[in-house]
Every structure is written in structure tokens, then in C-alpha cells.
Design a protein around this ligand. Structure first.
Ligand code: PLP
Length: 383
């Protein structure tokens, strides 16, 4: 299928980010790279071999379906950990192939034990503790019920880890809540230890906590957004850079998403452009049409607000993002022609398109736009 856009993944950027993260966490903390959401849109099949060659040996996914993709794409013997949903039909496959997974409910525990007996292998589990996010994980009462079940079935279970997830370590506004969660986590660890249950890996930190709370790195960190070259929020970057002499950004964006101009035209002053009346030319304008729209992963929320790069210059999106097209203003750019390359995400010359808005403190736009990049856009590797 001829795609209207393409994605390039830059090995040297991933390498740079990997070195940054490993030097930050040191050798006593293990790195698990989070590759859910098709590796944040970078392409699981593209990213896994690159990361394995750099030395990554542990990957985290959301579901058993994602685990299967990762399992068959890996070129080394890397560990894979499911942090979320396992389809009932997949339990035996998961346990048989020693894929690690979270136990977030008593039901999960029961299924893990059943599967272990089915396939005659130990289930590689991470006990997921509810510590205050109120999403997944065993509450204190569930944990008290789980402990005897774990102990009675310990021949079926290998306790690979004890974990929790923090509710927003990227923002100082959540500081108290995060500290409280960590205190609860440590209390629950004690309770488990008192019952002779110790996990090989204690882990709680994602990218933001790894940066903002060094004491929470423990045995392993689960890093997603940072390895791809984005900060969880602008605030996290500022917190990091605040403590340094060198104020330059230590990470590099690994993904470039490009398309091309298919039509360009001159619009007289006063005309409306695109559907409806959301954009009216205030002067004589030149516009360009790009064959990428919301069905190709370019969010409608960028209508009248996004920017593209053409000939090293920023071109604002005008009107609403259509299903297959966007219109942009190129009045200020000289010598525009059909076929000119267009950068939707990434660098060109001195300019770069990312979706972190500098005004917004708690910004999840990077995560969303990356994760929604369709799987059928071709990914290629550049050095
Ligand atoms: C997505 C996710 C992460 C990684 O988060 P980043 O902010 O991308 O580093 C870590 N842990 C869990 C449980 C997650 O769901």
C-alpha cells in the first residue's frame, strides 16, 4: 500500500537516549523499555532490534497481544513483561513462554496458578500493588487474601517483582500524593517480606519518577517516553535542567514523520478556506495541501493550531484537520512547489516540531500523537 507519509527512526538518537538513561540510573538499576502502543508509534518491530543491540534486555508492554508481537520480533533472549491485560486464551502461551506479567487482582492470581498447572511451568509474576492511584493493583484487603494463596501455590509461581504505578510523578503539584504512594508501597513490601514473599525486582518509576525522584528508581525503572526522546512534561525537563550547569537538552527525538505538498494555490483576501467558516484569509495567501489527516494520525485537535515545517520554516495549519488532508499557510515561504517535503514531526534545519506546548504544564500531547501514528505507515531506519 502506498502510504501518503513516512516515518524514519534515527538509531543515533535512540543510542544517545539509551546512554543518557543508563548513565542516569547507574548499574544497580535495571532498565525496562516500555514499548506499548506500538513502541509509542515508533514501531515495535523497528525499535526492538535496535534497542537489543544497544543492550536493552527487558521490555514492557500493555497486553498479551503486544507481548506476542514483541516476543516474535526480538532477536535476543530479552524478557518481556505485560503490565496490563491478558486475554483468557493467552494465559497458557504467556506462562509457557516465561513472559512476565502483573497480578493486579485475585482473578489474575487464580488464572496464573491454573495456567502454571496446565503447562507445567512457573508463572513469572509481578505483584501489582494499589497504593493510591486507584486504578489497578491489589488493595490491602485483596493483598491479605492473596498472600496465603501465593504461599500455598508457591511451586507454581516465580515472584519476579513487586510493583505499583505512581499517579503523575511528572508534576510537582502531585508531590504529596506521590510521596504518600511510595510510603504505602514500602509498607506493603514489609507486609510481604514478613510473610516470606520477596520479589526479585522492586519497581515503581516511569520516566518522570526516574528523573524527579531518584530514590524511587529501586531495582528497575520502566522507561517509555524518555527513550524516544521526549520529556514527560516541560516541567520535568525544567526540574532536570535546573540542577545542571549544562542547560542543553540531553535527549534527542528519534522519530521523524514526513509527507509532501500535493497542491499549492493562491487565495484572494476575504475567502474562506476549507470546510465551514473556521478560517478566513485576511490577506492574499498562498496555501499548500498535505495528504495527511486524522485518519493518518494527525489529530483533529491540531486544527488551526498545529505547525508543519517546509523549507526549514514553520507553516501553520489553517482550518480544521480533515480525514485525509491538512491545509497550511505558506504565504511567507518562497518558491513553494508540488513535491516539496513536509515535516509533520521532527527536525528540519534549525526548527523542530514536537507537540509539547510550553504554556501547558501537564501535557500529554506527545504521548497521544505518537501512540496514534498508524501501524501501516512505513517505518525506516536512518543512522
Ligand atoms: C506507560 C507506562 C510506563 C512508562 O511511562 P513513561 O512516562 O512513558 O515513561 C511505566 N509504567 C507503566 C505501568 C505504564 O503504563
Amino acid at each position: 500500500m502506498g502510504s501518503t507519509s513516512k516515518i524514519e527512526i534515527k538509531i543515533s538518537a535512540l543510542e544517545n537516549n539509551f546512554s543518557f538513561i543508563t548513565s542516569l540510573i547507574g548499574s544497580n538499576t535495571k532498565l525496562s523499555v516500555v514499548i506499548k502502543g506500538n513502541a509509542y508509534g515508533h514501531g515495535t518491530h523497528t525499535v526492538i532490534p535496535i534497542l537489543e543491540n544497544l543492550g536493552v534486555t527487558h521490555f514492557s508492554v500493555y497486553s498479551s497481544a503486544e507481548a506476542k508481537v514483541a516476543y516474535y520480533e526480538r532477536i535476543k533472549d530479552s524478557d518481556i513483561m505485560i503490565m496490563g491485560y491478558i486475554s483468557k486464551n493467552d494465559y497458557d502461551w504467556v506462562v509457557k513462554n516465561k513472559v512476565e506479567f502483573y497480578i493486579s487482582s485475585l482473578e489474575d492470581l487464580k488464572l496464573a496458578i491454573e495456567s502454571s498447572k496446565n503447562v507445567n511451568k512457573k508463572a513469572q509474576i509481578h505483584i501489582d500493588l494499589e497504593t493510591g492511584m486507584n486504578r489497578t493493583g491489589l488493595s490491602i484487603s485483596q493483598l491479605r487474601r492473596a498472600i496465603p494463596i501465593i504461599l500455598e501455590n508457591i511451586e507454581c509461581l516465580e515472584i519476579k517483582g513487586i510493583t505499583t504505578h505512581l499517579a503523575g510523578a511528572e508534576s510537582i503539584a502531585n508531590h504529596m500524593r506521590i510521596r504518600k504512594q511510595f510510603a504505602v508501597y514500602k509498607k506493603r513490601l514489609k507486609l510481604l517480606e514478613n510473610n516470606n514473599i520477596t520479589g526479585e525486582l522492586k519497581h515503581v518509576a516511569s520516566s518522570a519518577a526516574t528523573i524527579n525522584y531518584p530514590e524511587m528508581r529501586l531495582d528497575m525503572v520502566r522507561i517509555g517516553i524518555l527513550i524516544y526522546g521526549y520529556w514527560p512534561t516541560r516541567e520535568t525537563f525544567i526540574q532536570y535542567i535546573h540542577r545542571r550547569k549544562d542547560k542543553s537538552d540531553p535527549i534527542k527525538r528519534a522519530l521523524r514523520w514526513t509527507s509532501e505538498i500535493i497542491i499549492t494555490k493562491i487565495i484572494p483576501s476575504g475567502e474562506f478556506i476549507g470546510y465551514g467558516m473556521s478560517y478566513q484569509a485576511q490577506h492574499k495567501m498562498q496555501i499548500a495541501i498535505i495528504p495527511v489527516g486524522y485518519c493518518n494520525g494527525y489529530s483533529r485537535s491540531l486544527s488551526n493550531t498545529g505547525h508543519l515545517l517546509i523549507k526549514d520554516q514553520k507553516a501553520p495549519v489553517i482550518g480544521s484537520v480533515n480525514m485525509n488532508m491538512i491545509i497550511c499557510d505558506v504565504t511567507h515561504i518562497q518558491k513553494i512547489k508540488i513535491g516539496d517535503p513536509v515535516i509533520l514531526i521532527g527536525k528540519q534545519g534549525e526548527n523542530e516540531i514536537t507537540f509539547s506546548s510550553f504554556a501547558e504544564m501537564n501535557n500529554s500531547m506527545n504521548y497521544e500523537i505518537l501512540a496514534r501514528l498508524p501501524e501501516n505507515i512505513k517505518r525506516s531506519i536512518i543512522t
